[in-house]
Ligand binder design. Structure first.
Ligand SMILES: NC(=O)C1=CN([C@@H]2O[C@H](COP(=O)(O)OP(=O)(O)OC[C@H]3O[C@@H](n4cnc5c(N)ncnc54)[C@H](OP(=O)(O)O)[C@@H]3O)[C@@H](O)[C@H]2O)C=CC1
Ligand SMILES: CC(C)(CO)C(=O)C(=O)O
Length: 312
């Protein structure tokens, strides 16, 4: 595969960060924006990063997908709460035989994407990134950044490491982004949920940061119990997550800088929560395989209450 062109759908904390890094490394990148369009089309993007700040004074900015060129790789970086827009915004920007790269949190999104576009490859990426959008076109990258990439096939059947995955990995690595390739996207998604389900959920319900959840014995125990239920969810789809992975995630969070999760930030900013993609879909997928996950269901019900109340 030659030089790939990229469309970033959703130039926020994640899309703005990775898109800016790709452009800085010399790739052709086109950014779709919403409320930041004027600012970014005139002044570009600012990235404050623990790996070094930089400014891109000029970027290809759009507020309408129909004005964008079709690209080899379309990066889905909206919040999943906006995924009803995908039917409108993905088809015009992806080339025939192109790639849709879903970098969102949650489960089951690739299945939705393949129903929207034909003749494309869908790749999922699990992003271990701590980044916030702190102003219009202004991204603050606090920590981490590694992406685990896996290619989607029907029913998440593992397809191995493909040439398309390697081509994307090469561009991202050249841009200074660490990449891991996985043969099994579904296993990768469940692994990410081991973190997202307990911390995103409890941070909102208990109004707590990650360090608070880890220093209190009761909440640390609850986090661990939720992680073991995610392990059960994975098992419901035939994926085995070793106990050691759960212990690694607990350690990882203890060593992480105190962090307000993305769901907590959304809650504090009165934005809709990604409850369905992160908690609802795993519950439904496990239930379809006759597995019940009572603690996660309890988390889901409380989040739905808070999400609804926040929207009133
Ligand atoms: N931030 C992080 O560190 C991480 C995020 N993720 C996941 O990545 C995904 C994106 O999250 P994140 O980047 O944090 O979210 P942000 O809210 O920062 O970014 C989403 C962007 O999409 C834009 N957008 C919304 N609607 C439209 C539209 N109609 N047209 C064009 N742009 C639009 C928003 O613009 P506007 O604000 O103007 O509406 C916003 O800039 C989520 O699934 C999240 O869970 C995963 C790992 C880490
Ligand atoms: C795990 C983490 C913090 C970064 O990868 C994240 O996914 C989130 O806050 O939603």
């Amino acid at each position: 595969m030659g030089n790939l062109s990229y469309a970033i759908l959703g130039t926020g904390a994640l899309g703005g960060f990775y898109g800016a890094k790709l452009q800085k490394a010399g790739n052709e990148v086109h950014f779709l924006l919403n409320s930041d369009y004027q600012q970014v089309s005139q002044n570009g993007l600012i990235v404050e990063s623990k790996d070094g700040d930089f400014l891109l004074p000029q970027v290809n900015a759009y507020n309408n997908v129909n004005k964008m060129p079709s690209c080899d790789v379309v990066v889905v970086a909206l919040k999943t709460t906006q995924n009803h827009l995908l039917t409108q915004i993905v088809p015009p920007v992806v080339k025939n035989n192109g790639i849709v790269l879903v970098l969102q949190n949650g489960l089951g999104i690739e299945t939705e994407v393949v129903q929207i576009v034909n003749n494309v490859t869908v790749i999922g990426g699990l992003c271990f990134l701590c980044s916030n959008k702190v102003g219009a076109g202004h991204i603050h990258h606090l920590d981490y950044g590694k992406i685990t990439l896996g290619e989607y096939a029907l029913n998440y059947h593992p397809v191995g490491i493909t040439a398309r995955m390697r081509a994307i990995a090469k561009d991202f690595e050249n841009a200074g982004i660490e990449i891991e390739l996985t043969e099994d996207l579904l296993l990768g998604r469940w692994k990410k949920l081991v973190w997202n389900i307990p911390y995103n959920g409890l941070s909102v319900i208990l109004d707590a940061t990650t360090d608070e959840l880890m220093t209190n014995l009761y909440t640390r125990t609850l986090v661990e119990q939720l992680m073991f239920e995610v392990q059960l969810g994975a098992k419901s789809t035939g994926r085995i997550l070793p106990d050691s992975f759960i212990h690694t995630m607990l350690e990882y969070t203890v060593n992480m800088k105190p962090y307000r999760t993305s769901m907590k930030i959304d809650f504090d900013e009165n934005r809709p929560l990604e409850v369905e993609a992160i908690v609802g879909n795993p519950l439904r997928i496990a239930a379809a395989n006759d597995f019940s996950l009572p603690l996660i269901r309890c988390l889901y019900q409380q989040l739905k209450f808070l999400d609804r109340r926040n929207s009133l």
